[in-house]
Design a protein around this ligand. Structure first.
Ligand code: S5P
Length: 452
């Protein structure tokens, strides 16, 4: 291959950079304009470009390759052909068709994907694309970029932990063009002045703390669970999906000191008895200062839910501090949950769930407006006014073979800004449930603190 400079000059001939005065999408006037799409129309250049990009990378790290739509898609395709790393396609328009797949192609959860971008400026479009890919269970650790406009994007991504490999920087390009007398000293000076004044600073919005949430979430149960979290330095909820009272109480005794709430599916107990099950459970909740969360996922009309909540053998209204409820039956169906806090099911963790973006948006509107609701269960970010509860957390597994999909506490806090992690089998199936609860508590708290 020719030298990098010779290669760049070949590219330059295709008209990929123009100098003058250009008004950018943001309204800012820029002394140069970059458009790398012409490179894809010259097969020889595209092939060389692919090899230059591949040469910079630790190729063994990648199972997949994906171009940010549209400009980088042919580049990613060419890199795939040259390296035999399989290509996947990211849809740009997925947002408007909620149920359509975001990623097309053949991939498996847990694979690592190299992301290809033509030009990086502020990094905003990459920061939008990466979570969409990671939502499919694919990891992104490295991004390769043809041209860095040196306006802060690379640094922002690196601060977030991504490796960013760039083939050319705009300063390097100007230097080569100056050497070849395509640019004058004056022009180079103007470009440098522009770059000095137009760098996006690393000013990321941080998640808000439990203390700040106390000020905006006024439901009494929200206040109680936030205060408990601060006091116990824990955001862990253990899902006690066991089938006997003895197991339930033994688990509560072991994990009690480390949790903010114990989540029950009370109807899976084989030997439920109000006196034998609930009274000692309430004593443990008082002794270790945790709340009782009944994961009933009510999903009926108001009148039926009212009875399911207060009557039958479980009499949930008499002992639960908080309950989960679907919002599928509409706003009024939630009126019956008067003396508890409701955590609305906004999105589910299981494969193939019907809780797509449109559903989540509508469900979130109900959750935000209903006074009995203080939180949501979801695998996506939700508004700050609601507390977010995230199940599907496991440090070891990525699936359970029955449709459950798992993430780590780190993912839940950094990507979803969750407030509480819910762990079931990761703890009650562990050899030492107490030790496991402690490990999840520490991992959850560290992930929370790191996201602040
Ligand atoms: O979307 C959801 C909502 C809930 S509440 N996905 C879930 O897994 N859950 C519950 O969280 C589920 O009913 C179970 O009690 C717990 C997850 O258990 P694990 O053993 O998979 O950690």
């Amino acid at each position: 291959m020719e030298s990098k400079k010779e290669f760049f000059l070949e590219c330059y001939k295709l008209g990929i950079i123009k100098f003058g005065r250009f008004t950018l999408k943001s309204g800012i006037e820029s002394p140069f304009y970059v458009d790398l799409r012409p490179l894809s129309s010259d097969p020889k250049i595209l092939k060389h470009l692919a090899n230059y990009l591949l040469d910079m990378l630790p190729l063994d790290n990648f199972d997949l390759i994906c171009g940010v739509p549209y400009a980088a898609m042919p580049m990613a395709t060419a890199m795939s052909l040259e390296s035999y790393i399989p290509l996947i396609i990211k849809r740009k328009e997925a947002k408007t068709y909620g149920t359509k797949k975001v990623i097309e192609g053949i991939y498996k959860k847990g694979q690592n994907c190299l992301l290809v971008e033509d030009v990086i400026t502020s990094g905003a479009s990459l920061l939008e694309t990466i979570p969409e890919i990671e939502n499919e269970g694919i990891t992104v650790s490295d991004v390769v970029v043809v041209l860095d406009r040196q306006q802060g994007g690379k640094e922002i991504l690196e601060k977030k932990g991504f490796r960013v490999h760039t083939l050319f920087t705009i300063s390097e390009v100007c230097k080569m063009l100056r050497e070849e007398e395509h640019l004058t000293d004056d022009e180079v000076g103007r470009i440098n002045d522009f770059l000095a004044g137009n760098t996006v600073k690393f000013n990321e919005e941080k998640r808000i703390s439990y203390e700040q949430k106390l000020k905006i979430c006024d439901h009494s149960v929200a206040q109680k669970i936030l205060e408990t979290a601060i006091e116990k330095k824990s955001n862990l909820i253990v899902s006690a999906d066991v089938t006997s009272t003895a197991e339930l109480l033994a688990l509560a005794e072991k994990v009690g000191p480390h949790i903010v709430a114990l989540k029950t599916h009370i109807d899976i107990l084989l030997d439920f008895d109000a006196d034998e099950t609930i009274l000692p459970l309430k004593d443990l909740a008082t002794k270790y200062n945790f709340l009782l969360m009944e994961d009933r996922k009510f999903a009926d009309i108001g009148n039926t839910q009212e009875m399911q909540f207060a009557y039958g053998i479980f009499k949930i209204s008499q002992w639960a501090d908080l309950v989960t409820a679907q919002v599928i039956a509409g706003y009024d169906s939630l009126d019956c949950f008067r003396n508890v806090g409701v955590v609305a099911i906004l999105g589910m963790s299981s494969k193939g769930t019907l809780t797509n973006e449109d559903y989540r948006d509508e469900a979130t509107k109900i959750a935000l407006s209903h006074p009995n609701v203080f939180g949501g269960v979801c695998q996506n970010k939700i508004p700050n006014e609601l507390l977010l509860f995230t199940p599907g957390i496991n440090l070891a597994d990525s699936a359970d073979g029955k449709g459950q999909q798992y993430n780590t506490p780190e993912h839940a806090f950094s990507q979803l800004e969750t407030d509480f992690i819910i762990v079931g089998r990761g703890i009650y199936k562990a050899d030492d449930a107490e030790q496991a609860a402690l490990s999840y508590k520490i991992a959850g708290w560290q992930a929370y603190e790191q996201s602040l």
